[in-house]
Write a protein that binds this ligand. Structure first.
Ligand code: FPP
Length: 221
């Protein structure tokens, strides 16, 4: 746990299956996933979460059909247009983690602008992982230099994660925050991401608070 509160990371899985089960296009699942993200961002500060990192697009997701990639990029633009003002009002600081140089224009500039406009937010730090790979993030930090120990690497990559949540029944890490989650707890739940809401987030935190975190040491007597 960082000083101010919990860092929760979410692998928002199951948009495609949610849509397919309704005979809808996968893009409709991603649209509904965006609504679930909105609900989650609203619920997070009330549950003691101060940093929320969500996996929106992995560097391996470029392998998906071009139409689906386009739909996701359109959603990210949409999210920035529609949510920036609300984030400022609600004290949500937004950052992007991941590569920006492969994102279609004008997305990189829109991301920069959202980061600047929301930078005073103190209620919640929302980190959107887009074109993100945990392995690549580590390699990039090493290439940039001055990462001779754990502290320097952590300072470069970002805060340690307390809890990773993955929806939709899958139990994999999928190259998400692999350094930062070294001592994270994991909560896997069955709802597809578009069905995830405040009650599911509260359940995940209840589960987390029952865990006995030892960080490699023995339990205190
Ligand atoms: C995984 O489900 C989900 C994604 C690859 C995309 C996540 C994106 C959103 C929730 C959209 C909103 C995000 C922002 C930042 C606006 P999947 O498609 O792999 O589902 P499947 O495993 O059922 O096929």
């Amino acid at each position: 746990m960082n000083q101010s509160g919990l860092h929760v990371a979410i692998i928002m899985d199951g948009n495609g299956r949610w849509a397919q089960s309704r005979n809808w296009p996968r893009a409709a699942g991603h649209r509904a996933g965006m609504e679930a993200l909105r609900r989650t961002v609203e619920a997070a500060p009330k549950l003691g979460i101060t940093t929320l990192t969500v996996y929106a697009f992995s560097s391996d997701n470029w392998k998906r059909p071009a139409g689906e990639v386009r739909a996701l990029m359109a959603l990210f633009r949409n999210y920035i247009r529609r949510e920036t003002a609300k984030c400022i009002r609600n004290g949500v600081r937004v950052s992007l983690i991941g590569r920006r140089d492969r994102l279609p224009l004008p997305l990189p500039a829109m991301v920069d602008e959202m980061e600047t406009e929301t930078r005073q937010g103190r209620m919640l730090h929302l980190r959107l992982a887009v074109d993100y790979s945990g392995r690549d993030a580590i390699l990039a930090a090493v290439r940039e230099g001055n990462v001779g120990n754990r502290e320097e690497m952590s300072a470069r990559l970002g805060p340690d994660v307390d809890l990773v949540i993955r929806t939709s029944g899958e139990q994999r890490v999928s190259d998400f925050l692999i350094w930062e989650s070294a001592y994270a707890e994991f909560h896997f739940c069955s709802p597809h991401w578009p069905d995830f809401g405040a009650a599911d987030l509260a359940l995940a935190l209840e589960d987390f608070r029952r865990r006995n975190r030892r960080f490699g040491a023995t339990t205190a007597a």
